[in-house]
Design a protein around this ligand. Structure first.
Ligand SMILES: Cc1ncc(COP(=O)(O)O)c(C=O)c1O
Length: 376
């Protein structure tokens, strides 16, 4: 451990307020630990916040994605176009439907899906586009919605990393057919584990509610209407989520503070790049603070993150994209060279400590160390 850094600086952390404790205690006091009133309240408040009429909670972001795909009708043999640079939950959820994930490359500067590459990947089997609003940014949705209309495709928005983010004044999760959120413990607001789908379609909401709850029958409960899943979020987790939702504005303020301070500290370092945001389309809400290196930095990403780790500063490498995953190359005929920008970011991108409670002093310390390493 370094003398300058007596403590580890984690890559993320969360702020848990009084409301979370109060609401969870209420679940325990009332014995509503499975299903209960916090589930509905969390669904109503969060879906309303993202400008959707309906919210259906699930057990995770992964199950929200799976439920979203099943709800819009993705089935055996379909293809789903998806951003290559993402959490593999996206590709896995497609495979759970026995459909084929078709990775689309990203823009190198923003790390977001490049809509211009979509049309040439459309085949007779294409059923849906899964856009992933990565790291608190929004994908350019207008061209995607146009393509979806032209080819009659469904649009699923993965908003796991983009709570509250807007595209041209519209909240992500309300633009496509269906949105999917994660409330895992590193997300902007958290239930510990949890997820939600959001939609403005009553039909889709009703279908999702049935599918997530074992498709119980309406007249005879135990005569099931279809093959369903148990993706029910417990009341205790919803209570946590609702408590977190109560402090969402304060959390956004913290994110803004962290983002602005890192940007000010790191904006002029040779070879160190901060992903670009288009403020004319995106209302950005930082999820975690990302960087990527080019040859001018002088040290590779792996060397830099190793040196940071040695002085107790935690980091996370960028995603290994779908096209680089052996399981997909082998089973789904995907070529590793398909997405060169995603591959570049995989090698050069990473994020640095940016959890909600990181102090300005620690932000300055992390920044100072990165700059120092670049000059070695
Ligand atoms: C973009 C994205 N989609 C989906 C998921 C999966 O969410 P969960 O971990 O809640 O299943 C994550 C990560 O957690 C993610 O970052």
């Amino acid at each position: 451990m370094s003398q300058n850094s007596p403590k580890k600086i984690p890559v993320f952390d969360i702020s848990i307020g009084q409301k979370e404790k109060e609401f969870i205690k209420d679940c325990l006091d009332t014995s509503f630990v499975g299903q209960g009133p916090y589930v509905k309240e969390f669904e109503n408040k969060f879906s309303n916040f993202v400008s959707c009429k309906y919210g259906v909670t699930t057990t995770s972001g992964t199950t929200a994605l799976h439920l979203a795909l099943k709800t819009v009708g993705v089935k055996d043999g379909d293809e789903v176009l998806v951003s290559s640079s993402t959490n593999m939950a996206c590709a896995f959820s497609i495979v759970y439907c026995n459909a084929r994930p078709v990775p689309i490359d990203i823009h190198k500067e923003t790390w977001q899906l490049n809509a211009e590459l979509i049309e040439k990947k459309i085949t007779k089997k294409t059923k849906a586009i899964m856009v992933v609003h990565l790291f608190g940014q929004s994908v350019d949705m207008d061209p995607i919605m146009e393509i979806a209309k032209k080819y009659n495709l469904k649009v699923v928005e993965d908003c796991a990393e983009s709570h509250g983010v807007e595209y041209k004044g519209r909240k992500v999760g309300s633009i496509g057919d269906i949105g999917a959120f994660s409330f895992f413990s590193n997300k902007t607001i958290t239930c510990g584990e949890g997820g939600m789908i959001t939609t403005n379609s009553e039909d889709l909401a009703n279908k999702a509610k049935g599918l997530k709850n074992l498709c119980y029958g309406k007249t005879n409960k135990f005569m099931h209407e279809d093959v369903g899943f148990n993706y029910r979020l417990p009341n205790v987790s919803a209570a946590m989520g609702l408590g977190q939702f109560n402090q969402i504005s304060e959390i956004f303020e913290q994110k803004k503070r962290i983002d602005e301070r890192y940007k000010k500290n790191l904006k002029n370092v040779k070879g160190l790049n901060i992903p670009k945001i288009d403020p004319s389309t995106t209302k950005y809400i930082m999820w975690v603070f990302n960087l990527y290196l080019d040859e001018n930095f002088g040290v590779s990403r792996d060397e830099l993150t190793k040196k940071l780790k040695e002085i107790n500063i935690d980091t996370r490498d960028a995603f290994v994209p779908i096209n680089m995953q052996k399981i997909f190359q082998k089973n789904w005929n995907i070529n590793e060279k398909d997405c060169p920008n995603a591959n570049f970011i995989m090698k050069n991108g990473f994020y640095i400590p940016s959890g909600n409670t990181i102090s300005n002093e620690d932000i300055d310390y992390v920044s100072e160390k990165i700059i120092k390493i670049s000059k070695q």
